[in-house]
Design a protein around this ligand. Structure first.
Ligand code: NVA
Length: 304
């Protein structure tokens, strides 16, 4: 880990990404060290959450710690008081901050203004805990990561950015099918390109979902309207209408391919009605693996 915080996959060197997936897999089997005994973790959530909140609360409890849940209504991050002040106060009182924020800059401020680990629980730009859990799910489903082909269909959002970086770090081919104006932001894409080059894996952007999914080992999608994008909902539904993952599209992937979605899923939008129950779907294993990936991250930050 480059520093005391985990805000992005880029906080890990490419080889550390594979190590973290291995560590998560070991902890899933052997259990977790009680590194949080007598310690407190602040969970800041500016946006709603099911998987992230529950998996962090369970993980912290497994490691012997105590969680303090702070919703936006409770603390008014950046509204009731500036992010710097929240950071400096929490730095005196708790041992770890886990934060889900609208603006990635708030996370950077929390990280800069504290001496304790800060973990990104989703921002507008990145969802690195999700990507690590997803790599664990892929390695369990397919037995390896190197040389797999992941097809991501839909919005080049926080999930796509972290997944592109994660795949590129471990030598997994990553092809995104996204409409022109909805590609992964260039900072993340260029770093993913550097990592893919180093690992001799493929990183490609296409506009045709069929081209992306052709022969894929993993087909992945996420919502078209992320939290914070609600005002663009009508426009986005129009732009993405040809990017739905259906049983037919899945039929173009490898026979043994798996279907993944970070959830919440909107049936009838980015996925057809029955995709989550399709024989290829590993979405619930994927949800569980958030816990194991985050435990590995917390253990790494606390022991480092
Ligand atoms: N892209 C989605 C992910 C939800 C876990 C969002 O940001 O709302």
């Amino acid at each position: 880990m480059k520093g005391k915080d985990f805000l992005s996959i880029t906080d890990l060197e490419p080889d550390e990404v594979s190590q973290m997936v291995r560590k998560a897999s070991e902890m899933k089997i052997d259990g977790v060290p009680r590194l949080l005994e007598g310690k407190s973790v602040a969970l800041i959530f500016e946006k709603p959450s099911l998987r992230t909140r529950v998996s962090f609360e369970v993980g912290v409890q497994q490691m012997g710690g105590n969680c303090i849940y702070l919703s936006q209504a409770d603390i008014g991050l950046g509204v009731r008081e500036p992010v710097v002040d929240v950071a400096r106060v929490l730095d005196r009182l708790v041992d770890v901050i886990v934060a889900r924020v609208f603006s990635h800059e708030s996370l950077e401020t929390l990280a800069e203004e504290t001496t304790i680990p800060v973990i990104n629980a989703l921002s507008d730009l990145a969802h690195p805990c999700q990507a690590l859990g997803d790599l664990l799910t892929m390695s369990e489903a397919k037995g390896h990561l190197e040389g797999l082909r992941v097809a991501y269909v839909g919005d080049g959002n926080n999930i796509a950015s972290s997944l592109a970086l994660g795949c590129a770090s471990v030598g997994t081919d990553f092809v995104i099918a996204a409409p022109g104006n909805y590609h992964v932001p260039s900072v993340a894409w260029e770093e993913a390109r550097r990592r893919a080059f180093e690992k001799e894996s493929l990183l490609e952007w296409v506009e045709d979902p069929k081209r992306a999914v052709d022969g894929a080992d993993v087909v992945y999608t996420d919502v078209w309207i992320s939290m914070g994008d609600e005002r663009e909902a009508d426009e986005r539904r129009k732009v993405f209408s040809k990017f739905q993952v259906t049983e037919d599209l899945m039929g173009l992937a490898d026979d043994q391919a798996v279907f993944m979605h970070d959830m919440p899923a909107h049936r009838g939008e980015e996925v057809s009605e029955n995709m989550l129950d399709h024989h290829s779907s590993v979405v619930f294993a994927q949800a569980e693996n958030r816990l194991h990936a985050q435990n590995a991250i917390m253990a790494e930050l606390l022991s480092g």
